[in-house]
Design a protein around this ligand. Structure first.
Ligand code: UDP
Length: 485
């Protein structure tokens, strides 16, 4: 049982939202490709997405599987179709959803009892899993899914409370004891740190569980943010392994096309469209899996994009309340003017495929960490448009530290809906990131980072080595534990 050579079995338990599940699935694949047995925990709602994503590695003989647990949505008063965070629209529903997820504890215990994994890697929003893992004598590792920059920045704000010393919500403050003189204001902070409510208490439990866990697995690579990786590890004392960019485990077109939800456009049609464009001539606009702009904001984006004169791929969420064929946010005649020149994808885009195509020259992003890291891995400069959560931190990493993006000028975070931005700012930012000397300079820097990202995950690279070191440590832990009992 406990020998060093015995295959390591790891449970991967993501939170039920695309931005959390997609990188966790990639991580499970990466561990499987390094000889581990990977078991992903999904709800029946998400199981088809998981199975589609692991079909190819499974066919290739890697040891990767999915098991399911059922959310007690009815018991907490949520509708049956709310099986994913992307379906949750209010703060109140969010907390109720978190409560339903916490009620999975017994099901997780039964799975551990039955399948006897050696380790549990679970999402940051599942702090209660640390105790469960401890009960069974196995280590729990936390997966944040964000940058060391934002994790360390958030922790420094939480520890030193600089926002309590400013006179108004828009007054900037420097993040204390944090490299690089980075400024922020209260309006851009996460609600859960800013306010003292039930969510804030939950967040404190999340931070405590980070300290009592075995460590943290980061979807980032050391060369991208060395000062912040060191700060996180040394100054804040968090044991962490940098194993990303996880998306780079998807090498073939098919792998990239089948990440996450079923795409709303045929991958071949999408590639054919991109193939017909010049290198770096297309701007890609997508705001992740949970942001829902209103009709007025969509209208401003449409006008700004058209005025920029640049070709674009724009991902627009389907409005469930809109009448079929009627989209009041589109300016008159817009659709007929853009025909063939531009592409609007309604629903889910094959993002990794689009970013990796040479025609894609810029990315307007809400600064979700997966999106940023995917753009870094593809060498694509960004227009940053943060909406909420830790996205304002990520914005600062991109624009002020890495200097591979321009900010659109969002002043405050508004969960799910974002702050409003006028068409002129869209037009200006799109032009800045796509054409001219500044754009060239950012692209050069972005391409250099993309090279480093690839180097990091290749054999001998920093992420490859960190993953190997983690596997080795988990094996030693198992050996020590087996000897004890
Ligand atoms: N994504 C995608 N197609 C879409 C929207 C999102 O493939 O139309 C993927 C994207 O590539 C990324 C994830 O969904 O891997 C979104 O995660 P991110 O952290 O960027 O944002 P979130 O959705 O968590 O706000």
């Amino acid at each position: 049982m406990g020998s060093e050579s015995h295959q390591l079995h790891i449970f991967f338990f993501p939170f039920m939202a695309p931005g959390h599940m997609i990188p966790m699935i990639d991580m499970a694949k990466m561990f499987a490709m390094r000889g581990c047995k990977s078991t992903l925990i999904a709800t029946p709602h998400d199981e088809p997405t998981f199975l589609r994503s692991i079909a190819k590695p499974k066919d290739l003989g890697f040891d990767i599987n999915v098991v399911t647990v059922t959310l007690p949505l009815k018991d907490v008063g949520l509708p049956e179709d709310c099986g994913s965070l992307s379906k949750i629209t209010t703060m109140e529903m969010r907390m109720t959803f978190v409560r339903a997820v916490m009620m999975l504890d017994r099901q997780i215990e039964l799975l551990i009892e039955k399948l006897a994994p050696d380790c549990l890697i679970s999402d940051i929003f599942l702090p209660w899993t640390t105790e469960i893992a401890a009960k069974f004598g196995i280590p729990r590792l936390v997966f944040h899914g964000t940058s060391a920059f934002s994790m360390a920045g958030i922790e420094c704000v939480r520890l030193y409370q600089p926002h309590k010393k400013v006179s108004c919500d828009s007054e900037p403050f420097i993040i204390p004891n944090f490299p690089g003189e980075i400024t922020l204001c209260k309006m851009q902070m996460q609600d859960l740190v800013r306010e003292e409510n039930e969510l804030a208490k939950f967040f404190n439990a999340v931070k405590d569980s980070e300290k009592t866990s075995f460590g943290v697995v980061m979807n980032s690579f050391y060369e991208l943010e060395p000062a912040y990786a060191d700060h996180y590890r040394t100054f804040l004392g968090i044991r962490s392994w940098f194993v990303g960019p996880l998306s780079l485990c998807n090498k073939e077109t098919e792998d990239k096309a089948h990440r996450g939800n079923e795409a709303s456009i045929d991958q071949h049609e999408c590639l054919k469209w991109l193939d017909s464009k010049q290198p770096n001539s297309v701007i890609y606009i997508c705001f992740g899996s949970t942001t829902n702009f209103n009709a007025a904001q969509l209208h401003e984006i449409a006008v700004g994009l058209e005025a920029s004169g640049q070709q674009f791929i724009w991902v627009v969420k389907k409005d469930p309340n809109a009448e079929e064929g009627k989209e009041e946010w589109l300016p008159d005649g817009h659709e007929s003017r853009i025909r063939n020149k531009d592409l609007i994808i309604r629903g889910w885009a094959p993002q990794a495929l689009i970013l990796d195509h040479e025609a894609t020259g810029g990315f307007v992003t809400h600064c979700g960490w997966n999106s940023i890291l995917e753009a870094v891995a593809a060498g694509v400069p960004m227009v940053t448009w943060p909406v909420a959560a830790e996205q304002f931190y990520n914005e600062k990493l991109v624009t002020q530290v890495l200097k591979i993006g321009v900010d659109i000028g969002v002043k405050q975070g508004v969960i799910s809906f974002g702050d409003s931005v006028k068409s002129e700012r869209v037009e200006e930012a799109v032009k800045r990131v796509l054409v001219g000397e500044e754009a060239e300079e950012m692209r050069r820097r972005a391409k250099a980072l993309a090279e480093m990202a690839r180097g990091a995950v290749e054999e001998g690279g920093s992420s490859w080595s960190d993953l190997g070191a983690l596997i080795q440590e988990l094996k030693s832990h198992r050996l020590a534990h087996t000897k004890k009992i």
